[in-house]
Design a protein around this ligand. Structure first.
Ligand SMILES: [Zn+2]
Length: 587
């Protein structure tokens, strides 16, 4: 696969038609057994996969071993590609582990108290990783990688009452739990030796043939070509993208059924980024304390453009928390049944009943998790699309985003545990939104820049002086750090805290933009830097560059709130725009 800067791979999964399911699943089972055998054999050589990574992953695996069960050269190449990629990714994690090993401390854990169980201490973890990272000069993504490894180490601590001494102790061999087969890039087409894939864009279908083991374990080519109808989005992408080698994968439906999907990987050209001199407006985006996201547009003359936008997810958090509680209840039941079953003698007749019930509950847990994750993904897509739409309607070609390094609690949820859950889930969603935005910006040709949020919630966007936050506009007797309302003693300006922070993130973006325009290079400023100018807002320049109204499923407008189909009561967009304007904004 080309990894040039001008191209980007996009993946679309398409379920294989029923007639091919049984054979595809058998192929995936056979491949999984071989991949897992190879992973087990190569696990002791993990370090080699961190140092020498030239060339394709399958070639590297080939240096150490041949197939544990040979079903053709190309078949093994596909399997060893998976093995090599898993080991390379694990070797990267091992490097992260070696970085965090010296900083692991019991301070990362919070002891058990009366009303909450023992848990992790995120502020301590965050601070330690940030300090560690300053000495590394790594980028944003590695913070998430380091955090992920630290959390795994903490989980290990809860189980063993000590930290792991080596990566291999922390991480069991990462065997595949479900089937996955990455087809080799130089195979396929009309003459492939493991699979053939042809496209008929006029008819909107793909023809797929593959080698597989039959019920007796004998490998064949499938006699007939499986015709896969292509979804519209895939057809659209294929019309100006290039189809890469696909991946065959196993998935599970909500009722526990297995099925095989084919991932179509299409490499598309990225839009050219706009030249800095053509960038005139910046959309500042803040991860809110009260709403999930707040966005405000500011132009290069430090004038706010249009009104702010809030993405609130009130009902959503509640639904996610309920699903989590449901999962906890089910887990408790599973633990109790396991205990009761183990207390029975080996031959007891009631064991079969327990086995049946346990399988039932475990399926239910899986179903809940999938529902939970699907909702998160859907929300992340909604949020990133709304932000990109805002960029378009406000004419912003720079998206200035608050860095992911801040994990704010939303302060919602009942009790400490509820808040902790929202906090955890919010950080997951934020990571997902951040990832989606980054790649969608490339597709659309928007510049994307992250800013450290230090001080952005406690600085007046109108005069640039430090300001305090309070519980509400009327209650200013005592300043509180997480207060919802910002009040500036210096110029008497006051406003919603998240809104002020989003203007400040936009101000940081404008300061960056101006440096790029004047000097062709830039460094992110701190909020107190004199180059970060105050922003004024007169309401002029608020004319929106609205997109044409299209053909969308019905929305439901109540007052100033627009409900998207399927999102009733879970996420809503709020703005002070007039109803007509708002309706068009929402498509
Ligand atoms: Zn002020």
């Amino acid at each position: 696969m080309r990894t040039s800067r001008a191209h980007q791979p996009l993946t679309y999964d398409v379920r294989l038609p029923d007639e091919a399911q049984a054979d595809a699943l058998r192929l995936l089972d056979a491949s999984r057994a071989i991949i897992n055998a190879a992973l087990t054999l190569l696990w002791p050589s993990l370090d080699e996969f961190g140092t020498d990574r030239t060339g394709p992953a399958w070639k590297q695996v080939g240096k150490y071993m041949g197939s544990p069960q040979y079903h053709g050269d190309r078949q093994w190449r596909c399997e060893s590609e998976v093995v090599g990629r898993v080991l390379r990714a694990q070797a990267e994690r091992k490097k992260a582990f070696e970085l965090v090993l010296p900083i692991l401390s019991e301070g990362f854990m919070r002891p058990k108290t009366e009303n909450r169980p023992a848990g992790k201490n995120p502020p301590a973890i965050k601070e330690a990783i940030t300090t560690l990272q300053k000495s590394l000069e790594e980028d944003e993504t590695s913070f998430v990688a380091l955090q992920n490894v630290v959390e795994q180490c903490c989980n290990f601590f809860f189980q063993h009452d000590r930290f792991p001494s080596s990566y291999e102790e922390l991480q069991p061999i990462p065997l595949l739990k479900v089937g996955l087969l990455t087809y080799a890039g130089d195979d396929g087409g009309a003459k492939g030796q493991a699979y053939r894939l042809t496209l008929d864009l006029d008819a909107g279908v793909a023809g797929f043939r593959f080698r597989y083991p039959d019920e007796a374990g004998v490998w064949h080519w499938r006699k007939v070509e499986t015709i896969i109808p292509l979804p519209d989005c895939v057809k659209e992408r294929l019309s100006h993208g290039e189809l890469m080698a696909p991946t065959l994968r196993e998935e599970h439906s909500t009722d526990g059924q297995r099925f095989a999907v084919l991932d179509f990987i299409i490499e598309v050209e990225k839009e050219a980024l706009p030249a800095w001199e053509n960038v005139e407006r910046v959309l500042g985006v803040d991860w809110g304390v009260h709403s999930l996201l707040t966005a405000t547009a500011v132009d290069e003359h430090n004038e706010q453009v249009g009104r702010p936008f809030f993405l609130d997810t009130g009902g959503f958090d509640g639904r996610q928390a309920r699903t989590r509680r449901q999962i906890d209840e089910l887990k408790k039941k599973v633990a109790r049944y396991e205990q009761e079953r183990d207390a029975l003698p080996e031959e007891h007749s009631k064991r079969a009943w327990y086995a049946k019930m346990l399988a039932l509950y475990r399926r239910e847990i899986d179903r809940c998790w999938r529902k939970y994750e699907q909702r998160n993904r859907a929300l992340a897509h909604l949020a990133s699309n709304v932000l990109l739409l805002l960029c378009q309607v406000h004419g912003c070609s720079l998206l200035s985003m608050e860095s992911l390094k801040t994990l704010k609690s939303t302060g919602r949820g009942k009790g400490v545990r509820g808040r902790w859950r929202n906090y955890r889930n919010n950080s997951t969603i934020r990571g997902e939104i951040w990832r989606l935005l980054r790649y969608k910006c490339h597709l659309l040709g928007l510049r994307f820049h992250t800013e450290l949020p230090r001080g952005t919630s406690h600085t007046c966007p109108r005069c640039g002086e430090p300001a305090k936050t309070y519980r509400s506009p009327s209650d200013r007797s005592e300043a509180v750090k997480w207060g919802r309302w910002m009040y500036c003693e210096h110029c008497q300006y006051h406003g919603d805290r998240d809104y002020c922070a989003s203007v400040n993130i936009a101000r940081l973006g404008v300061a960056y933009l101006i440096q790029m325009k004047q000097m062709g290079k830039a460094r992110s400023c701190s909020i107190a830097d004199p180059r970060v100018k105050p922003v004024s807002y007169t309401g002029t320049g608020a004319v929106l560059l609205l997109p044409p109204t299209g053909n969308h499923p019905a929305r439901n407008i109540r007052g100033k709130i627009c409900y998207y189909p399927g999102w009733l009561g879970s996420a809503f967009l709020q703005s002070s725009h007039k109803k007509q304007v708002f309706l068009r904004l929402c498509g």
